[in-house]
Ligand binder design. Sequence first.
Ligand code: HEM
Length: 471
Amino acid sequence: MAALGPSGLFHSQGVCDRRPRQLLSKHTISPGARRARSAFRGRSPVKVQAATPQQVLHELPLPTGDWTCNIPVLGETLLFTADPAKWSRERMARHGPVFQSHILGKPTVIVGDLVNWQKVLSTDFKHVGQYFTESFAKASGVAVVADKNQHAFQRKAIAHAFEPEAMASYLPFMRGILHRYLDIWAAMPAGVDLRSAGRKLGFEFAAALVLGRELDESTRDRMSEHYAAVMNAFFTIPVDLPFTPFGKAMASRNAIQTWIRDEFLDEAQQYMVTKQIQGRRGIIHSFLDAREPQNAKDALLAQQIMDQIQTTILAGNDTTATGMISLLGLWPQLPQRVKEKLREEQNEVRGKYGDELGAKAMAAMPYALSTVKEIMRILPTAAGIFRVALEDFELAGKLIRKGSSTRPALAVWGMGPHVCQGIPLFYQEAKMLLAILTRSYDVVNLSGPFEWNLLPVVSPKTPVTIAIKAC
Ligand code: HEM
């Protein structure tokens, strides 16, 4: 299911869109279309011109749905979040794949199937544009790039960081991080909380790979908290007071910006001029390579560097954390035959490439990769993707009107022009985790059976303690 907008896909300018087609307001049926209609009824003797595509579009019905206007704020939010898959299935059976709802305070169009969601995302920059809530945009520093070419330039600027050569250079780094964490957890017989374990690992990976260096423990914990506060801003009202969630998110934004300015800005500016890296190459170095060295001290660029660091860590942080939580949480439940196949594969890889998990060894793990993909399919990370309709358009025979927001739960990596750039990075991290677990550790669930929440992000419904056992 692709659930669109807070949310759902497109909200329709605050009106209850359960209206049947005949109740469409005057402006949704153009005067031309009206004239054409009466002509077809045979009342007009004048010759009628063929309807324009716009007229045809505005003749389409609006999406229908189950919600009623008398629950203005909650709408179907509780039903939706309780069991999104069932909720969506039931409504799709009644209304088709594109239907109307009201979620998290907004009238919303839900796109329930992959084909139509694909259509939506493939029209990015045309029918739809990226959308962030005002609170999130302010707290996170992410900006909607409305210009297609500028966006393409920005993606190109960090694309080198995800190419095979760069990916291979991150391997020792990733190995070090994973062994460090697994050893620490293995020394804790009472186990660790699954969610916080995944979060720490996710932030460590994201920050270390963007910056090219590892963080000390207290900085990592502090910054990971600040990033969590920024993410929490998504559904807040943008009132910036010290005690409001949004105020706290803004304070966290300032703390992150200060940290980046004090710790990395000088180094980044020097790198632009000297091309000398202190430590390892990170994703940010590709961004710096795409800028003119003589502009290194430019104030606007300095802010762009800081924003790029902040938002790239943001892009990789929660998503990787969620992926790690899924992998560690599902490991104890993996069928025995899957674990055996993983072991066979690792034995083969070890036989060919030795103990080191180098680039060739990583490339020779198709079964580990398939296992990761399957886990991501079962527990799809509901990244905060939103779209706003930039113009009226047709979807599944329905009229989708200009002015809305979107959030899919289906396409794990997104699609179209904004498709995730970090896919190879995450697959590499995830495969390495599975390889190391298969070779040297086991994960035991100390809490017994538990269920998963799929929204707003994948996480266990109740606290889960896992123990890492070295073997
Ligand atoms: C499980 C891990 C991850 C998942 C599920 C994930 C998911 C996504 C999704 C769904 C999008 C599309 C956003 C949209 O359409 O608006 C996206 C975009 C993006 N992701 Fe990831 N991501 C993951 C990891 C990462 C990592 C590790 C990085 C790198 C640090 C990264 C970097 C990016 C970037 C740069 C974009 C922006 C693309 C654009 O706007 O053009 N992602 N990701």
